[in-house]
Design a protein around this ligand. Structure first.
Ligand SMILES: *Cc1c(COP(=O)(O)O)cnc(C)c1O
Length: 389
């Protein structure tokens, strides 16, 4: 067994060998610039990129011309939120989002706020779920855009995006959805969801880093986005820059494989995740599950351990590569904004671990990691002044 056991698949995933095989020729034989129209090197690259675009479109129920390639979901979210908001600022300068969104949604919304847009950040319940009624109440005749994620990256909680999309559509509000964490784990279909803009990233689904896409619904009048990058006018003027053909080809292959494997992986990882949750909770008291048990990604488990120091726990559980409920970029740990929005205290948020499972995980991994967590929490509580029971 290779230690530490990787259980941080919501942060990133390894590239599937089949994806790498599909990508390799694009670095050498087919190295052309997809925008070169004057020779076969360019034509070959364009053909590869357009085939990938068509396959990604099919995978999410879209048309090829609705796919705009980006450097990842951070860029896709920025393009969707800033790019659309800027087209409606005069008459619909109000944006609605949710407290548990990824920073790649919250920060572009904060940038709009600084520019004079009105931004409403909706609260969630203690399971991290957003009540669609809250969205309905927040929308006004001046609301132009709402941005609500499909699956939360920290807790796996799923939002009722289709219901929210219907509410937005009735009121002429464009809905953007960050589906980065959902894609490849649960079905994502832009028409079933009813969204107008949707972000994806390849590296969360066993594709390469640095490539993603924004789905932009084709409708009348055409949804227009103000580009973030000015340049050669690639991607219908929405995203200039030479196409990352190897990345795009890998992205398409990764998405196809993820969809093919989804039924089996969903069941397998769901069972492993439940086993991990039960193994830990049956041995320890005062463990809180962060997330909605009935509406959650199958691979994600976020737990808070009362009475322990999160940083010490992370160091102690050296058998596992997992994420914590705090961003320890500085000396003073910053508790997760997602867990705080769910009503957890700073101390409990800091004492949290996120286990996100993936293709490499086995039943043996679950036993090893569960044992390590139980051992360390027990040890830390024994020595902790915070833990008096
Ligand atoms: C990882 C992630 C992002 C950022 O994606 P990049 O492609 O790494 O920029 C955005 N949103 C969610 C929900 C994510 O999980």
């Amino acid at each position: 067994m290779k230690l530490p056991i990787y259980m941080d698949y919501n942060a990133t995933t390894p590239v599937d060998p089949r994806v790498l095989d599909a990508m390799l020729p694009c670095f050498s034989d087919h190295f052309g610039n997809a925008a070169s129209r004057t020779h076969p090197y360019g034509w070959a690259a364009a053909k590869l990129a357009e085939s990938a675009r068509a396959r990604i479109a099919v995978a999410i129920g879209a048309h090829p011309e609705e796919i705009v390639f980006t450097s990842g979901a951070t860029e896709a979210n920025n393009l969707a939120i800033k790019g659309f908001a800027h087209t409606v600022r005069d008459h619909r300068g109000h944006v609605v989002t949710c407290a548990t969104e990824h920073k790649a949604v919250l920060d572009p919304c904060a940038a709009l706020d600084r520019e004079g847009f009105a931004v409403t950040i909706l609260p969630v319940d203690s399971d991290g779920r957003l009540d669609p009624q809250r969205v309905a109440e927040a929308l006004t005749p001046r609301t132009g855009l709402a941005s609500i994620m499909l699956a939360n990256n920290e807790t796996g909680t799923l939002h009722q995006v289709a219901t929210i999309a219907a509410l937005c559509r009735e009121r002429g509000v464009v809905l953007h959805c960050d589906a980065t964490q959902a894609a490849g784990k649960v079905p994502v279909d832009v028409n079933a969801l009813g969204v107008d803009l949707l972000s994806l990233s390849a590296h969360k689904l066993y594709g390469p880093k640095g490539v993603g896409a924004l789905y932009v619904r084709r409708r009348t009048p055409r949804l227009h986005l103000v580009p973030i990058l000015d340049g050669g006018g690639h991607e219908q003027g929405m995203r200039s820059g030479t196409l990352n053909v190897p990345g795009i080809v890998g992205f398409a292959r990764a998405l196809e494989i993820a969809i093919e494997m989804m039924p089996a992986e969903r069941a397998r990882l769901g069972a492993l995740r439940d086993r991990l949750q039960d193994a830990i909770r049956s041995c320890l008291e005062a463990v809180t599950v962060n997330g909605d048990a009935a509406h959650r990604l199958p691979n994600t488990l976020n737990l808070s351990f009362a009475g322990v120091d999160g940083a010490a726990l992370l160091v102690g559980v050296r058998e596992a590569a997992v994420a914590s409920g705090s961003a320890c970029t500085s000396a003073d740990p910053k508790p997760s904004h997602v867990l705080l929005a769910m009503g957890r205290s700073k101390a409990l948020a800091n004492a949290s671990l996120r286990f996100s499972l993936g293709r490499g995980n086995t039943p043996e991994d679950i036993e090893t990691v569960a044992d390590a967590v139980v051992r360390e929490v027990t040890r830390l509580r024994r020595n902790s002044p915070l833990w008096r029971r």
